[in-house]
Ligand binder design. Structure first.
Ligand code: HEM
Length: 143
C-alpha cells in the first residue's frame, strides 16, 4: 500500500473504531459460527451478551489490534513488523481451530460494516482490499 492508501484506510477506520461492540456484534450476527469459536460465548444469545463486560473486552482487543495493524501500513508496508504480527495471530488462531473460511467471513462482515458506517468510494475499497490481501496472505500460511 502506498501512503495515500494507508491514509484513506485510517480516515475511514477512525470514524468507526470507537464502535467496538457494534462491530463485533455485526460480525457475530452475520456469522454465528465465529461467535461459537469463543468458548465464553458459544451457544449464547447474542443480544443478551452484547452489553456484557466480557463482550466489550473482546471487542476492544480486536479493534485495538486492527488499529495497530492499519497504522503499520503507513510506516512498514508489507514489512517485518506486520509480518511478525500476522504470523503470531495466525498461530494463535490456528491453535483455536479458526479456518480460512471464517477469516473470509470476518472480512466480508467487517467490510459490510465499514461501508454502512463510514461511507466511502472505490479508492477506499481498493485500499482495504489490498490491506486484507496482505494480512491474510501471511495469516493463511499459518493455518
Ligand atoms: C482472540 C476467535 C478473527 C483478533 C481470539 C480468541 C478467539 C478468537 C476464540 C480468544 C479469545 C479468548 O481469549 O477467549 C476468532 C475467530 C475469528 C477471529 C473465530 C474468525 C475469523 C480475528 C481477526 C482478528 C482477530 C480477523 C483481527 C484482525 C484477535 C485478537 C485476539 C483474538 C487481537 C486477542 C489476542 C489473542 O489472544 O490472540 N480470537 N478470531 N481475530 N482475536 Fe480472533
Amino acid at each position: 500500500l502506498d501512503s495515500t492508501e494507508a491514509n484513506l484506510i485510517m480516515t475511514a477506520w477512525n470514524k468507526v473504531k470507537t464502535q467496538e461492540s457494534d462491530i463485533l456484534y455485526a460480525i457475530f450476527k452475520t456469522y454465528p459460527d465465529i461467535q461459537n469459536k469463543f468458548p465464553q460465548f458459544t451457544g449464547k444469545d447474542l443480544d443478551s451478551i452484547k452489553g456484557s463486560a466480557a463482550f466489550a473486552v473482546h471487542a476492544t482487543r480486536i479493534v485495538s489490534f486492527m488499529t495497530q495493524v492499519f497504522g503499520l501500513f503507513g510506516h512498514d508496508g508489507t514489512g517485518p513488523a506486520l509480518k511478525t504480527l500476522m504470523n503470531e495471530m495466525g498461530q494463535n488462531h490456528k491453535g483455536r481451530g479458526v479456518t480460512k473460511a471464517q477469516f473470509n467471513e470476518f472480512r466480508t462482515a467487517f467490510m459490510t460494516y465499514m461501508k454502512s458506517h463510514s461511507p466511502f468510494g472505490d479508492n477506499v475499497q481498493t485500499a482495504f482490499n489490498k490491506a486484507f490481501d496482505t494480512m491474510y496472505y501471511v495469516i493463511f500460511e499459518n493455518l
